[in-house]
Write a protein that binds this ligand. Sequence first.
Ligand SMILES: NC(=O)c1ccc[n+]([C@@H]2O[C@H](COP(=O)([O-])OP(=O)(O)OC[C@H]3O[C@@H](n4cnc5c(N)ncnc54)[C@H](OP(=O)(O)O)[C@@H]3O)[C@@H](O)[C@H]2O)c1
Length: 318
Amino acid sequence: MKAWIFRRYGGPEVLEWAELPDPVPGKGEMVVRVVAAALNPLDWKLREGHFRWMTTGRLPRGVGYDYAGVVEAAGEGVTRLKPGDAVVGIVNPMAARNGTMAERVCATEALATAKPASLSFADAAALPGAGITAVQGLRDAGLAAGQRVLVVGAAGGVGSFAVQLAKDAGAHVTAVASAAGQAFLSTLAPDRGIDRDRENWKALDERFDVVFDTSGTSTFGECRALLAPAGAYVNTLPGAALYLWSWWLRLASRQRCVPVMERPNRADLETLVRLATSGRLQSAVTRTGRFDEVPDLEREMAAGHNQGKIVVRFAPDP
Ligand SMILES: NC(=O)c1ccc[n+]([C@@H]2O[C@H](COP(=O)([O-])OP(=O)(O)OC[C@H]3O[C@@H](n4cnc5c(N)ncnc54)[C@H](OP(=O)(O)O)[C@@H]3O)[C@@H](O)[C@H]2O)c1
């Protein structure tokens, strides 16, 4: 089978569409024929070696971790899903050498769920990584109906889910994106959109129960004045300072700092699939690429102004 892999860290030029042996499912694993896989910024960060301390000695490795496809083979102990089932899932991006930007992927059943027929493979593939991050960020912030939420990077992958999930939970959502992101942002129907090229959102004279920065371009100190007395600041690019703040605030304040570290799990994925299937979560897919476009698409995503989710097709819908 063919798969995108890299044998050394570097730019998109290290990506190789390589012939690999067909995967064999181990205990609790399935081989899935990939129909669609979604891009995430972690793909290019792993390829550039940003997390090499977590992946040392683990090259070559595959690319991508979100997928939707059809189960071809099930290993020992796989009980819920079976060959022929349409599925959506995630492979653990830190642990797996096996990527989803491939014709086939070996994936654990524990991080996969059945894909309802009414949900397209492309829309399903877009859900796991960014969607689970948004679910967990809002939950860890303690989001409740009626709260005021500010989402920064709202037109991006995580942001577009965060806006929709917060709205669905009954929050009042203010969403920040660049001028280029405004058209897509308006399709997500936030209560208010802010064009960050025209307005400095950090200087807003308002208080929010949750400030969710998916862009990693703010600090807690810069956002503290935007928080309600018991408000939570959420950041998907947590550094040491954010962890220190989160510990200190537990002792000294009702305000909270929430460093997000996505925990891939099936329960959150199933929540997303349920919301998407019932129409409460609209498609975040803004672009569907061909398999041979992966290096160019990663280059675009690394530029940092992505909108919604980019999905790559590896097979036609069955
Ligand atoms: N910690 C975790 O577990 C975890 C999980 C998932 C993602 N992440 C990280 O979270 C980040 C977002 O992920 P994603 O999938 O949403 O990425 P994405 O789809 O590339 O979206 C990033 C968004 O940030 C916005 N942005 C760029 N520069 C900005 C600035 N200076 N101020 C405000 N917004 C800015 C961009 O929109 P505009 O330029 O149009 O405003 C873009 O839409 C990535 O760095 C990713 O690696 C972390």
